[in-house]
Design a protein around this ligand. Structure first.
Ligand code: GLU
Length: 449
């Protein structure tokens, strides 16, 4: 990594490295926050005295468990489940579950750590946590997914509760999985506790706009960012990596706001469609058929499929990396900037490497970190909790208006905090400092726990 760790936080970083050996993504996420915090510690000696930063870097609880299940052929499978309950200073632990073969403790900790600050930025009363499993849902039948979810919840349920820990979806976990998880939780506890999971189906406690929220939120954030520079989505070419939930609804909102999304991807390659991505076709392939992005190009004349390769080679004005962590490296960033890209807005969690962020800084490309730009998903989860608690149901319009307002507020807070702390325009610093200050104040108020 390029940025120097400031001397005042070097010892904290060294301790994190030592205590969490080998967890590279977690180190990366912590380092990025620490690089922003020296300016805060200069102004707040109480946080140094009370080791507030060190306490925030140490999860409150880490749960690792065995998940045994049987596949359709009768073969016994064993996966590993995780839930890292990172910080509950602002509310119950809140954050998604990821089912993907790459999942390990370091990845769950990086995600949980990011979630603390992201959730703080939403202004909603939610703490930070994350979980998941190294289970690979690809190619699995519905029955296998259900059996896995039931086994997973059979251990996890004892750690959850609407006032304790409230999971939701992430990569590999959508409405179908949340349904199976909720069913098993209800069966074991004999409680219809709607607020224990978010991302539920609309007919049984789910909230309108939750499905669209992360992608819509990222587009609203991008719009707020452009407005500061006197610009808008009008006429802009946008490249969105991924083709999951975040990407699909990011593209939908970009189109509604006047931009044109011309490319998206999956792990096999990317499609370029200069006429603009046909959303109905994309949704049919990814949501209904659970198919591959190559199918899109086969059914659409204006589209080309590029196997492998880098989607960041496609020239654009705005890039929205919305697939996964570290998908956009320094070389890709240089290509993007060289092709005239002006804005990079993270739809996924930490998709740009530290080298990429440095390239954007030097080239004057506006950069929005995921913990600010993709907070719309979890913010709308908090709105779902609010509706569950009051046994209420809001309209799509009202929910979307709340989401748009939250995203504009997050942008304003990051922008103003960056200015206040001497780095105008640096939304990474703004997000880290604003999120940290909110959490640290609560941690401090709660005493030494
Ligand atoms: N997994 C999403 C995130 O990264 C949403 C979490 C939630 O809704 O709790 O923020």
């Amino acid at each position: 990594m390029n940025g120097e760790v400031p001397a005042s936080v070097q010892a904290i970083y060294d301790e994190v490295l030592h205590r969490n050996a080998g967890e590279t993504e977690f180190h990366q996420a912590v380092r990025e926050v620490l690089e922003s915090l020296a300016v805060v510690l200069d102004r707040h000696s109480e946080y140094t005295e009370m080791k507030t930063v060190q306490r925030i870097c140490e999860p409150e609880r880490q749960i690792i468990f065995r998940v045994p299940w049987q596949d359709d052929r009768g073969e016994v499978q064993i996966n590993r489940g995780f839930r890292v309950e990172f910080n509950s200073a602002l509310g119950p632990y809140k954050g998604g579950l990821r089912f993907h073969p790459s999942v390990n403790l370091g990845i769950v900790k990086f995600l949980g750590f990011e979630q603390i600050f992201k959730n703080a930025l939403t202004g909603m009363p939610i703490g930070g946590g994350k979980g998941g499993s190294d289970f690979d849902p690809k190619g699995r039948s519905d029955a296998e997914i259900m059996r896995f979810c039931q086994s997973f919840m059979t251990e996890l349920y004892r750690h959850l509760g609407e006032y304790t820990d409230v999971p939701a979806g992430d990569i590999g976990v959508g409405a179908r999985e949340i349904g199976y998880l909720f069913g098993q939780y209800k069966r074991i506890t004999n409680r219809y506790e709607s607020g224990v999971l978010t991302g539920k189906g609309l007919g049984w406690g789910g909230a309108l706009v939750r499905t669209e929220a992360t992608g819509y939120g990222a587009a609203f954030f991008a719009e707020a960012m452009m407005k500061v520079r006197g610009e808008s989505f009008d006429g802009k070419r946008v490249v969105v990596s991924g083709s999951g939930n975040v990407a699909v609804y990011g593209i939908e909102k970009v189109h509604q706001l006047g931009g044109t999304a011309v490319a998206c991807s999956d792990s096999s390659g990317y499609v370029v469609d200069d006429k603009g991505i046909d959303l109905e076709l994309l949704k049919q392939i990814k949501e209904v058929e659970r198919g591959r992005i190559a199918d899109y190009a086969q059914r659409r004349e204006s589209a080309d499929f590029v196997a492998g390769g880098s989607i960041w080679d496609v020239p654009c004005d705005v890039a929205m990396p919305s697939a996964t962590q570290n998908e956009l490296d320094g070389d890709a960033a240089a290509v993007l900037a060289g092709n005239g890209c002006r804005y990079v807005v993270e739809g996924a969690n930490m998709p740009a490497t530290p080298e990429a962020v440095d390239v954007f800084r030097e080239a004057g490309v506006g950069f929005a970190p995921g913990k600010a730009a993709n907070a719309g998903g979890v913010a709308t989860s908090a709105l779902e909790m609010q509706q569950n608690a009051s046994r209420d149901r809001w309209t799509f319009e009202h929910s979307e208006a709340r989401l748009a307002e939250i995203m504009r507020d997050i942008h304003a807070r990051c922008h103003e905090t960056a200015e206040e702390y001497g780095s105008p325009g640096d939304l990474v610093l703004g997000a880290n400092v604003a999120g940290f200050l909110q959490v640290a104040e609560a941690v401090h108020a709660h005493g030494l726990i």
